[in-house]
Design a protein around this ligand. Sequence first.
Ligand SMILES: Cc1cc2nc3c(=O)[nH]c(=O)nc-3n(C[C@H](O)[C@H](O)[C@H](O)COP(=O)(O)OP(=O)(O)OC[C@H]3O[C@@H](n4cnc5c(N)ncnc54)[C@H](O)[C@@H]3O)c2cc1C
Length: 435
Amino acid sequence: MPATHVAVVGAGLAGLAAALELKRNGFRVTLLERSRLLGGKATSFQLGDLEMDSGQHAILGCYTSFLELAGELGMRGDLRLQERFDVLMLTPHGRARLRALRLPAPLHLALPFLTFRALAFRARLQVVRALVAARRPHPGEDSETFAAWLRRHGQSAPALRGFWEPFLIPALNAPFDRVSAASGLMVVRTALLGDRDAARIGYATVPLARFAERAAERCDEVRLRTAVTGLRVEDGRLRGLRTGELELDCDAAVLAVPPERLLRIAGAEALRVTGLEAFTTQPIVDVHLWYRPAAVGVTGHDPLADLDFAAMVDSPVQWVFAKGPGHLCCSLSSADDLVLQPEERLVALADSELRARLPELVGAVLLRGVAIRDPEATFVPAPGLRRPGPSTAIENAVLAGCWTDTGWPATMEGAVRSGRVAARTLIASLAARHE
Ligand SMILES: Cc1cc2nc3c(=O)[nH]c(=O)nc-3n(C[C@H](O)[C@H](O)[C@H](O)COP(=O)(O)OP(=O)(O)OC[C@H]3O[C@@H](n4cnc5c(N)ncnc54)[C@H](O)[C@@H]3O)c2cc1C
């Protein structure tokens, strides 16, 4: 008997994770992707002779599903993950370090936090009190904003600037008054208050697209530059997909596209998924800077060589990552007011922010600057936002995507989890029909 044929629409991490799960369970999988690139938001592209990621992506120790996926692809070695949480903070007054101890959670972070120099003692106490309160879930979390929750828990401007903003703005990619307390607290509970490995930070050491390409190799067929434009539904079941003039017959589908695309493909009525119009997005800007540090010419030693990554306190640049000799990538999350700025201005801004915090750049020559903008980088986990689960009114069509109801903000982890759950839901529904 031929294997059941499932079409996976969207080659982001959600679609790819679904495809892998389906392949593991003996299905025939066709992957359909509108772009010429694999990986969706987590991809890479050629810029002259450089291969650039669509955005600097950080991973955390609590990304269990993403780490498993990398392992399954034989690419765990292409991720660098800290042995323990260790963050250099570049503040306007100097450097501070927050480094976990080899103790059980939460002592591993609680003890070093007591001497965390990026915050004055008063602000440290405020943060500790809020972290203790965060451990207890409360019923209004979904409807309250994270900003209101922080206010209710006595967080002063220095506590916000020195702790909450550098860690939580990049994780949520939205201002705190736009996101639900539930999403902020989810990150706090999972990463900061999770087990002692959860908050460890890491990143890919190969271009991100390699993960997607390796996953796509496992599919039976991959069609790039193929936008799905509609569903063929007969007697309440999905029979095929329309891609412009053509149709693809299939026995089932995973629709792993963002909400606004889903609306265009299916309309809300067919799937009976409500609330898709309520999703909004926020931009991310990355600015890549290439320097020739002054000391390189004099001593041959690159002073930037010791920098791996760092958080920037009280700056529109939240994180800076060292990408190679003299090459730094600044990540500007929740960049609503910056995304439309001309490239020269973004480069000048990032350059002056870095020079103000990194003495290593004294006398360094800026050789080149490139800004990469994504105006719709991630969805906003707004208060009251209803995120649908994988099931739809059409039994053999399921949804996946980091925006579905995983509980995670827009992350690679959320995408992989959603893809796996969607595939398992579909497999169970197909199996139930044959019983
Ligand atoms: C700049 C930037 C920085 C980020 N940083 C981090 C980070 O540090 N850590 C982290 O964990 N996450 C980060 N993220 C978020 C993360 O990349 C995403 O949450 C995740 O990759 C989304 O995966 P997805 O599969 O749900 O959606 P997507 O990646 O959006 O995939 C959807 C796919 O569907 C395709 N598609 C759309 N319409 C159609 C159609 N009609 N037919 C066929 N295909 C279609 C799209 O082209 C796309 O490939 C970042 C994102 C951006 C943009």
